[in-house]
Design a protein around this ligand. Structure first.
Ligand code: FAD
Length: 403
C-alpha cells in the first residue's frame, strides 16, 4: 500500500491539530464544568460553540467516504489520521460531527435511504442539528449473533408495528436525539439472515419507553446507553430503510466503517495516554530516582511505542483495503484491528494509570474514562471472540482438506 498522506489529508491534519490546541483541549474542563452545572443529560453550550468553530474551519463530516449533494467525501485512509487526532479528546468527535453512533447511521442513510428519508433525516444529521441512535441489542438474547434478536416489525396496512425490548442503545439521551434506527424481524420464517429489517423511528413516537440508562464501569454517560421498550410503536411503511429482509446486510455495511472509526480514535487515545505516562514519569521521583529512569517504566514506554505503531499501520492497511477493494474484502482486517486496537490501548492506558498513582483512577486525568471506553469497545460493535471466530473460520477454510 501507499503510506504517504495525501495533500488534502496533510492540510486537514494541520488544521485539525490547530483546532484541538486552540479550542478542544481548553474546552475539556469547561465541558465537564457545564455538565456538572447543567445536570446529567445536559447539552453544554460549549459544544455548540465548538461545532460552530469546527464548521467555520471546514472540519466537519470528515468521516463520510461518500460524495453526496451535501458532502465532498474523504477516503478511509485520509480520515484515519484525522480520527486519531479526534480520539485524543472525548469531546472532539461530536464537535466535528464525526461521532458514533451518528456516523454509522449517516452512512447507511447515505447508502440505503430514499431521497425523502435523506432530506428528512440525513440532511439535519449532516448539519449537526439532530442526533440519532441505533437499536439492535436486546437483554433477552445473545445479541452478538444478530440472527437471535426478537423485536418484531409487523406490517399492518400502511404501517409497521414494532414490539420489542432493547438495551445499551447509545445516544438516546442526547438532548438533540430525534431518530432511532431500529433493527427487528419482519419475517420470523425466512432464512436466518433474511428475517431482519431496519426502520426509521422518530424518538417521540408513542409506545417508546426509556426504562433506565446503563452505566459503563460506573460512568453514567451523558448521551446514554439506554434500556428501552417498544410497545405497538407505529411508523409508516415508507420508514423502512432499504428492503424488507435486508436488515442484516445493512447492519454489516454499517459496522465496517463504524469499527474502523473506533479503532482510529482509540489509537489517538493510546497516544495521549503514552504522552501522559511520559510526562508523569519525568515529574515523579519515588525512592530517589525519577520514574523515567526505572527499567519497568522504560519497558512500558517502549512497548507502548511499538504497539501503537503496529496498530496504526494495521489500521491504515485495513482502511486502504476498504478504499481500494471494498468493505467486504477488508472484513478480516477490520475484525483484526477491532480485536487488536482496544486491547493494545487498554494495556497502555493501564500503565499510564499506574504511573499516575491514585490520581490515575480519578477525574483529574482523562485516563480513567479512556480505560472504561476502551474496555467497553471489546463488546461494542461485536465482542473480540466473535471477530476472532470470523477470522479463524476464513483462515481455516483456506486449509480445509479437499477430500
Ligand atoms: C458501551 C456500549 C455501547 C453500546 N452501544 C450499542 C448501541 O448503540 N446499539 C446497540 O444495538 N448495541 C450497543 N451495544 C451492545 C453491543 O453491541 C453488544 O453488547 C454486543 O454485540 C454483544 O452482545 P451481548 O451483550 O448480547 O453479548 P452476548 O451475545 O450475550 O455475548 C456474551 C459473550 O459471549 C462471548 N461470545 C460470543 N460469541 C462467542 C463465540 N463464538 N465464542 C466464544 N465466545 C463468544 C463474548 O465474550 C461475549 O462478550 C453497546 C455495548 C456497550 C458496552
Amino acid at each position: 500500500m501507499e503510506f504517504s498522506l495525501s495533500p488534502r489529508c496533510q492540510e486537514l491534519r494541520t488544521q485539525l491539530s490547530q483546532f484541538m490546541d486552540d479550542h478542544v483541549y481548553p474546552a475539556e474542563s469547561v465541558y465537564e464544568e457545564q455538565m456538572s452545572a447543567g445536570g446529567l443529560h445536559a447539552h453544554p453550550p460549549i459544544m455548540e460553540e465548538l461545532k460552530a468553530e469546527a464548521r467555520r474551519r471546514g472540519l466537519w463530516n470528515l468521516f463520510l467516504p461518500h460524495k453526496t449533494q451535501w458532502t465532498e467525501g474523504l477516503s478511509n485512509v485520509d480520515y484515519a489520521p484525522l480520527a486519531e487526532i479526534m480520539g485524543r479528546a472525548w469531546i472532539a468527535s461530536e464537535a466535528t460531527n464525526c461521532s458514533a453512533p451518528d456516523t454509522g447511521n449517516m452512512e447507511i442513510l447515505t447508502m440505503f435511504g430514499t431521497a425523502e428519508q435523506q432530506e428528512r433525516w440525513l440532511h439535519p444529521l449532516l448539519e449537526g442539528e439532530i442526533r440519532s441512535a441505533f437499536a439492535m441489542t436486546e437483554p433477552a438474547v445473545a445479541s452478538s449473533d444478530a440472527t437471535n434478536i426478537t423485536t418484531s416489525i409487523r406490517r399492518d396496512g400502511d404501517e409497521y408495528v414494532i414490539n420489542g425490548h432493547k438495551w445499551f442503545i447509545s445516544g438516546t439521551l442526547h438532548p438533540l436525539c430525534r431518530l432511532l434506527i431500529v433493527m427487528g424481524k419482519t419475517d420470523f420464517d425466512a432464512a436466518p439472515h433474511l428475517q431482519q429489517s431496519m426502520v426509521l423511528v422518530p424518538l417521540d413516537t408513542p409506545g417508546i419507553t426509556v426504562l433506565r440508562n446503563m452505566h459503563v464501569f460506573g460512568y453514567d454517560d451523558a448521551e446514554g446507553h439506554v434500556e428501552m421498550t417498544f410497545e405497538d410503536v407505529r411508523v409508516p411503511v415508507s420508514n423502512l430503510l432499504g428492503e424488507e429482509g435486508g436488515g442484516f446486510a445493512i447492519a454489516q455495511a454499517r459496522l465496517g466503517p463504524g469499527r474502523i472509526h473506533h479503532c482510529m480514535r482509540t489509537i489517538g487515545a493510546a497516544e495521549r495516554a503514552l504522552e501522559l505516562m511520559c510526562q508523569r514519569a519525568h515529574a515523579r521521583t519515588p525512592f530517589g530516582k525519577p520514574l523515567a529512569e526505572q527499567g519497568v517504566v522504560q519497558t512500558w514506554v517502549a512497548d507502548a511505542r511499538i504497539n501503537i505503531d503496529q496498530a496504526r499501520l494495521y489500521t491504515l492497511y485495513a482502511a486502504w483495503l476498504m478504499d481500494t477493494a471494498g468493505n467486504k474484502a477488508a472484513r478480516t482486517e477490520i475484525s483484526g484491528i477491532k480485536v487488536a486496537v482496544p486491547n493494545m490501548a487498554l494495556e497502555i492506558i493501564d500503565h499510564a494509570i499506574q504511573t499516575h498513582g491514585a490520581m490515575g483512577v480519578s477525574q483529574d486525568t482523562p485516563l480513567a474514562r479512556m480505560w472504561s471506553w476502551a474496555r467497553a469497545l471489546r463488546f461494542a460493535d461485536g465482542p473480540d471472540e466473535v471477530h476472532r471466530l470470523g477470522i479463524a473460520r476464513r483462515e481455516l477454510r483456506r486449509w480445509a482438506p479437499t477430500s
